[in-house]
Design a binder for this molecule. Structure first.
Ligand code: 8YV
Length: 319
C-alpha cells in the first residue's frame, strides 16, 4: 500500500525527519522558511497530512481554501493559536498538538530569564565582553534575590507546574492563578489565588504560562502591571500577545517594574526594537522548547499522532 504523503513545513530534528521518511512519503524543503497562506493552500492538494509549526497560520481564510485531500494537521507545538480550530473542525480536519514534552525545556528557559533579569545578565555580559570592565564596587550591578522570593505563575498547565518544581529548588514561595484549582497533589504546596489581581499583588516575580486566546490577549495591560509590587520582574515564555508591550515599556521606564525576561513578542520574528534600549529586559528569540531532546520528543509526538490517525485510531493529542 502506498504510504500517506505528509508535508513537514520546517526543519525538524534529524531523528524526526528520519522516522518520518521511514513511514511516510515526506515533502520537506531544507530552505526552512515559514510557509505562506498560498503555500499552505497549494500544498493541501498534494498531501494527506501536515506537520506545521507555530510559524504557519491556519486562519479561517486559509482553512476555507484547503483542499479536501488534507485530513490532519499534526502540530509541532503545544500552542495552537496559529490555528483557527473551529474552522478546521468544521472542515473535518483533525488537529493535534504536542503537550507535556516541552514543559521542562520551556520552564528551564523561564528560570534562566528570571535569573538573568534579576541579576543584570545583559549589562554584566556586555561590560565584561566589551572590555569596559574597569571598575568594581559593592554597589555595582546589585540585583534582586530570587531565593525566598514569591513567584506568581499564571497558568498551571504542564509548563507552569514544571517551573514551580524548578523554582522550589531556589526556595521560592510558589503562588498561582489558574482556571481551576489544582488537586492537592499537583499543587504541591503552591498557594492558589482565585483572581489574577490577587496573585499580581503578591508576585515579586511573575511568569506567564497560559495559552493565547481572545480572552488572554493583552492580559498584562497597564492596569494589571500596576498591580505588581514595585520592582517586580515579569517573565514571558508563552505568547507575546499576552502582554501589552507599550504598557510594559512604560512600566520599565518608570521603574515600576524592576526587569523583564521575554522569549515571546507581539511581532515574531523581529521582536520589539524599543526593548533593546533597556538592559533590564533580557530577550531570547522564541526558543523555549529548543533543546535537542525536546525537539526529538516534539517531532516524535507529532508523528505518534499521525501514526494513530493513519491507523484509523483517535490520535492521543487530538484537540
Ligand atoms: C515552539 C511553542 O517554538 O510549542 C509551542 O507552542 O511555541 C514552541 O515550543 C514551536 O512551536 C516549535 O514548533
Amino acid at each position: 500500500m502506498a504510504k500517506p504523503v505528509i508535508w513537514i513545513t520546517r526543519t525538524l530534528s534529524g531523528a524526526t525527519l528520519e522516522r518520518a521518511r521511514r513511514d511516510y512519503d515526506v515533502i520537506w524543503d531544507a530552505a526552512d522558511r515559514p510557509a505562506s497562506a498560498e503555500d499552505i493552500v497549494t500544498m493541501s492538494a498534494q498531501v494527506d497530512g501536515i506537520i506545521p509549526c507555530h510559524s504557519e497560520h491556519f486562519t479561517a481564510e486559509v482553512v476555507a481554501q484547503l483542499d479536501p485531500r488534507l485530513k490532519i494537521v499534526a502540530n509541532h507545538s503545544v500552542g495552537v493559536d496559529h490555528c483557527d480550530l473551529p474552522a478546521l473542525k468544521a472542515k473535518g480536519i483533525v488537529v493535534t498538538n504536542t503537550p507535556g514534552v516541552l514543559s521542562d525545556a520551556t520552564a528551564e528557559l523561564a528560570m534562566m530569564l528570571m535569573l538573568g533579569a534579576a541579576r543584570h545578565v545583559v549589562a554584566g555580559d556586555r561590560i565584561v565582553r566589551s572590555g569596559e570592565w574597569d571598575f568594581w564596587s559593592p554597589a555595582f550591578l546589585v540585583g534582586k534575590q530570587v531565593t525566598g522570593a514569591r513567584l506568581g505563575i499564571v497558568g498551571m498547565g504542564g509548563v507552569g507546574r514544571a517551573l514551580a518544581r524548578k523554582a522550589r529548588g531556589f526556595d521560592m514561595e510558589i503562588h498561582y492563578h489558574n482556571r481551576h484549582r489544582l488537586s492537592f497533589e499537583d499543587e504541591a504546596g503552591a498557594v492558589y489565588h482565585e483572581t489574577l489581581d490577587d496573585l499580581l499583588a503578591i508576585s515579586d516575580f511573575l511568569s506567564l504560562h497560559c495559552p493565547a486566546s481572545p480572552e488572554t490577549m493583552g492580559l498584562m495591560n497597564a492596569d494589571r502591571l500596576a498591580r505588581l509590587p514595585e520592582g517586580s520582574v515579569i517573565v514571558n515564555t508563552a505568547r507575546g500577545n499576552l502582554i501589552d508591550e507599550r504598557a510594559l515599556l512604560a512600566a520599565i521606564e518608570t521603574q515600576h517594574l524592576g526587569a523583564a525576561g521575554l522569549d515571546c513578542f507581539g511581532t515574531e520574528p523581529g521582536g520589539n526594537p524599543a526593548f533593546a534600549m533597556h538592559e533590564n529586559i533580557v530577550m531570547m528569540p522564541h526558543v523555549g522548547s529548543a533543546t535537542l531532546r525536546t525537539r526529538d520528543a516534539m517531532g516524535f509526538k507529532a508523528l505518534d499522532n499521525l501514526d494513530a490517525f493513519f491507523r484509523g485510531d483517535v490520535p492521543p493529542d487530538r484537540l
